[in-house]
Design a protein around this ligand. Structure first.
Ligand SMILES: Cc1cc2nc3c(=O)[nH]c(=O)nc-3n(C[C@H](O)[C@H](O)[C@H](O)COP(=O)(O)OP(=O)(O)OC[C@H]3O[C@@H](n4cnc5c(N)ncnc54)[C@H](O)[C@@H]3O)c2cc1C
Length: 381
């Protein structure tokens, strides 16, 4: 059972999930209310460092959110000097004076961030899975596979398949997904790619898939790699993982990159909706559990920013001793990251289109297979 917080007094706040959202929330609470540190508990079902499917691209927006919690974990990263955007025949290379962004290994980055949380004195329980959350009049009970905790407030930062989100009755939201494969960077030879340049190609749109393909320079512990993938952001395109997988394979092959289908992994995501409820009495959501930018699926800054917003909501609730967090979505909407996500939500339909009939015919033409391959019940990847 471990934590001293299991004593009879409820914790001030329990944060479910120790990814960037949960860590940002914990760091923000520690910075704003040091008196709450000893009464804050972070729970995660995994033991860190844990695997996390992600291209690890840290944009300047992510860096500025990290600065807000005074945490820039010193982990190995790969600088990206420029990004090439491709839209049909149009190509635009965005170069920056220093670096456009950097890529990190999420396994290292998340563990380093969580280490900061621990070093600020916040209790962290790993390998403990939350099963249920019961909201009572004076506290919330968090039921795990090891026992039960009680808190005045709970932040659900437990990812895209959030148990906390389900437990407070917020719907599943509009869902997208992303597929990723890591290729050795010598696959670059013969492919039209330059060192240190990332590519974002909106080619899937022509095939009726509302998303983009990417290639980011990356690395594992020993060697340079390429993170290659497809993000399907337009939620009503999220039905067909198989289509996206074959598109990705063809797209990579057209760039001279051979990829084994079995090395592709996928993960779902919820598109941020400014009007969707993100809280309940004593509970609010952050990170993927709250939703990510629906245009690019750039979730790390969203996770950090909404983690901070959730911490601010809990601190304010504790100050006024009123833990009704039902209108938490309004706080998120007013925040800088909320504004970015809302703006990107407006771009998404303009870029990806929302006419399912048109997309059906585009896909049928591209894949030449007709209706069977467009089965709306297909699962991701
Ligand atoms: C293929 C792919 C590529 C991506 N590339 C990028 C990119 O380049 N840049 C970018 O900004 N974003 C990217 N993203 C998005 C980004 O990875 C996520 O938005 C981000 O990880 C969200 O952070 P989080 O803290 O909300 O959730 P997570 O990082 O998923 O953390 C949630 C935590 O909750 C824990 N948890 C889950 N359920 C429970 C439970 N029941 N009990 C206890 N603990 C639980 C998990 O173990 C996990 O540690 C990518 C996503 C994918 C799928």
């Amino acid at each position: 059972m471990g934590s001293s917080l299991r004593a009879s007094e409820p914790a001030a706040v329990i944060i479910v999930g120790a990814g960037p959202a949960g860590s940002a929330a914990a760091l923000r609470i520690a910075a704003r209310r040091p008196d709450l540190v000893a009464r804050t508990l972070v729970l995660d079902r995994s033991v860190f460092p844990r695997d996390k499917l992600c291209a690890g691209g840290l944009s300047s927006i992510a860096e500025s959110q990290l600065a807000r919690v005074r945490a820039a974990p010193s982990v190995a990263s790969v600088p990206v000097a420029a990004t090439e955007f491709v839209l049909g025949s149009r190509r635009e290379v965005l170069r920056h004076a220093s670096v456009a962004f950097r890529t990190v290994r999420r396994m290292e980055f998340d563990a380093a961030l969580l280490d900061r949380v621990r070093r600020r004195g916040v209790a962290v329980e790993q390998g403990e899975r939350v099963r249920a959350v019961h909201v009572g009049r004076t506290a919330v009970s968090v039921v795990t596979d090891r026992g039960e905790h009680h808190a005045l407030a709970v932040i659900g930062a437990d990812g895209a398949n959030s148990v906390v989100r389900r437990e407070i009755g917020v719907g599943t939201g509009e869902r997208g997904f992303a597929l990723e494969a890591l290729l050795p960077s010598n696959a670059r030879r013969g492919a039209e790619l330059s060192e240190g340049i990332a590519m974002i190609d909106f080619a899937p749109i022509k095939a009726g898939i509302g998303g983009y393909c990417w290639i980011f320079p990356s690395r594992d512990a020993d060697s340079p790699l390429l993170s290659c993938g497809i993000a399907v952001c337009a939620p009503d395109c999220a039905r067909s993982g198989r289509l996206a997988r074959s598109f990705l394979l063809e797209w990579l092959a057209s760039r001279g990159l051979q990829c084994d289908s079995s090395s592709i992994r996928g993960h779902g995501g919820i598109a941020y909706d400014p009007d969707a409820r993100l809280g309940a009495p004593r509970v609010c959501l952050a990170g993927d559990a709250a939703g990510v930018d629906p245009y690019l699926g750039e979730g790390i800054p969203c996770a950090l920013g909404t983690g901070i917003a959730a911490a601010d909501a809990v601190v304010a609730a504790s100050d006024r001793n009123d833990f009704d967090l039902t209108r938490h979505h309004e706080r998120v909407r007013r925040s800088a990251i909320g504004e970015i996500m809302a703006r990107r939500r407006l771009f998404a339909p303009a870029r990806y289109g929302r006419n399912p009939v048109e997309r059906y015919f585009l896909a049928a033409r591209f894949f030449g297979r007709g209706a069977r391959s467009l089965d709306t019940t297909e699962a991701i990847g």
